[in-house]
Write a protein that binds this ligand. Structure first.
Ligand code: TYM
Length: 327
């Protein structure tokens, strides 16, 4: 079984990324042969600071290792180190529908709030489809916000296969049972995000413990007093989910444990649980991040493995599309 996922080296990584992404990656690497890609090419689709991209690429790598990815077991690499990604994206743009790209919610959301909307922001999902398809991926662990992009990747794979012959595996998503969509703690109907969320409502993985506790203490809860998951209680539902993940139990168990208790108790306990949950990751991160030459050495090994795996797929794409190979 082949597993692939990608994550952008932009913004500060937050609890949503950890719960919907990183935490799953470490688990899924047990299922088979896994590839995890730091998608730096995706990060230039919105305005970026070059110095920042450089630092954050290495930050994210150290963070992924701290979250439990093992570079000896999984292939962890930087997207721009493997040029097949950029090439695949161009080839696949021939079988991607313009209309479907225009319907992507992420494009609409990010595009709406910007004066300058890059062409890259629009074609972003094609690059993502290439990432996944190059490795003949069976399963893609992601959070809920990437569902539509994965659907598009599946459509692209099917269209390519039917026009040019069976080339790609049509991948399926793996979504966490709890925590596939962690919400902003202040604006509880928006997903937690460093690009679109609120500062107080976004719990960053590198926030100091006291900052984390404070953000949870100030979390917006809903009317009523009951601690249970419900559609009209997005704030409370989110806290229940986070507590369930951080203490490794089910939301139903959290609801039972908090019968008769108040929102204040819940907020304090979630804050403490999250601090306990992320502190070891943060400490390990700080240790790893200090040794940049070692991080770059490990990344070079990852790129080599990824390149070897991607090359035959890319060659097959060129060949089936009718390109003359260099003699
Ligand atoms: P990115 O970098 O925004 O997010 C990385 C992972 O974190 C998940 N996530 C969340 N999960 C739960 N609640 C949230 N609030 C939350 N916010 C983010 C995301 O679903 C994701 O799994 N386009 C992708 C990167 C990408 C990719 C790929 C992913 C590029 N190529 C190929 C999979 C396969 C993105 O921007 O993720």
């Amino acid at each position: 079984m082949r597993i692939f996922s990608g994550i952008q080296p932009t913004g500060d990584k937050h609890l949503g990324n950890y719960i919907g992404g990183f935490r799953q990656y470490a688990k899924t690497q047990e299922l088979g042969e896994a590839f995890f890609c730091i998608v730096d090419l995706h990060s230039i689709t919105v305005e970026h600071d070059p110095r920042d991209l450089y630092e954050r690429t290495l930050d994210l790598y150290a963070m992924l290792l701290a979250a439990g990815l093992d570079p000896n077991r999984s292939t962890v690499f930087v997207q721009s180190h493997v040029t097949a990604h950029a090439e695949a994206s161009w080839l696949l743009s021939a079988v991607t529908s313009f209309g479907q790209l225009g319907r992507m919610t992420q494009f609409k959301e990010k595009g709406d709030v910007r004066e300058f909307v890059s062409a890259g922001l629009f074609t972003y999902p094609v690059l993502m489809a290439g990432d996944i398809l190059l490795y003949r991926t069976d399963r893609v662990p992601i959070g809920d916000d990437q569902r539509q992009h994965l659907e598009l990747a599946r459509d692209v794979a099917e269209r390519f296969n039917s026009r040019f012959g069976e080339t790609f595996v049509v991948p399926e998503g793996i979504y966490p049972e709890v925590g596939a969509r962690i919400m902003d703690l202040q604006e509880t109907t928006r997903k937690m995000s460093t690009t679109g969320g609120t500062e107080q409502g976004t719990v960053k993985l590198l926030d100091e413990p006291d900052v984390i506790r404070k953000k949870f203490r100030l979390a917006v809860t809903d009317s009523g007093r009951e601690i249970r998951r419900a559609a009209d209680k997005p704030g409370v539902s989110n806290l229940v989910d986070i507590l369930a993940v951080a203490t490794d139990c089910t939301p139903a168990e959290v609801e039972t444990a908090y019968e008769g208790k108040g929102y204040g108790d819940l907020k304090t306990d979630v804050g403490d649980a999250v601090v306990a949950f992320v502190t070891p990751v943060r400490e390990r991160y700080l240790e790893l991040r200090g040794d940049e030459p070692e991080l770059r050495r490990l990344l070079a090994g990852g790129a080599e493995k990824a390149e070897t795996e991607a090359a035959p797929t890319l060659a097959a794409m060129y060949e089936r599309m009718g390109f003359v190979a260099r003699g």
